[in-house]
Design a protein around this ligand. Sequence first.
Ligand SMILES: [Zn+2]
Ligand SMILES: [Zn+2]
Length: 168
Amino acid sequence: MIEPTLIGRCVDCGRLYSAETGLPYCRECALARDEALKRVSDAVERDNLRTTEGIAERTGLSRNEVRRVLRELPVLARYVDQAEVCTECKRRAPIEGSHLCLQCHIDTLHELRTASDAAYDDAERLEDEPEPAPPPTVAQMLEAKRARMTTARSNPIAAQTVKRYRYL
Ligand SMILES: [Zn+2]
Ligand SMILES: [Zn+2]
């Protein structure tokens, strides 16, 4: 006697498959569902996303796929769409006692720091403005004179001027 083979038609892709698992879909579709489910729950639980749109963007799934997963997982669906969202990104859950999510808090802090760094740099630049040079010391004056003489020697016109002055 031949054993009847359990054959089913996958509800997702419509292909015939060996339905020994008892699931209404084939192995490939079961894996795809597992993967989608994992991505959506990561997006909700780990990334704190609270809108279908945000989850779709994060997971690379279509909005319909996200909705399907949420329909099958009411535990996750509770957190999505009807939940309060961050006023800044409108995607993630706000942190306790705030209307911003953690990421937007970090971004805001970062922007503030960048702005204050820029202000601090400006202030430093003002402080670094060169102070009026102190009056030259005797040594510096002698050094400057020697430099002028050197130039004069290598420059015939200047040398003449020097020579003429010597007779004054
Ligand atoms: Zn299938
Ligand atoms: Zn946010």
